[in-house]
Design a protein. Structure first.
Length: 105
């Protein structure tokens, strides 16, 4: 089964718009960002050197930012450590891939 990264998602009733292939102007090394106040998840499809990232890397970034949104809404603003968020994203990605789910940009 293939899942394309959608244009919007809902987390706890809050709509997040997904900005795909977003080019961060602030810093070149950012691959994703969850903006809780504006309801936006930004995903960069390229690394800092303008090289296209793999679909797997993009999918993990997307999952990572969803976990940030879930954490913000359901965890009363007590932000998870980014390392924990990344570990959860990698683990969830592995479970989805093993279950036959492909996530593509």
């Amino acid at each position: 089964m293939k899942i394309k990264i959608p244009e919007t998602i809902k987390v706890g009733g809050h709509v997040y718009h997904i900005l795909k292939d977003y080019k961060f102007q602030e810093r070149y090394d950012i691959t994703g960002q969850c903006d809780y106040q504006q309801g936006i998840i930004r995903i960069n499809y390229q690394d800092g050197g303008s090289i296209m990232r793999t679909n797997a890397a993009i999918a993990v970034t997307f999952i990572h930012e969803i976990i940030h949104a879930i954490d913000y809404i359901y965890n009363s603003g007590k932000e998870l450590d980014d390392g924990v968020t990344e570990a959860l994203a990698q683990g969830l990605y592995q479970v989805l891939i093993d279950a036959g789910v492909e996530i593509e940009p």
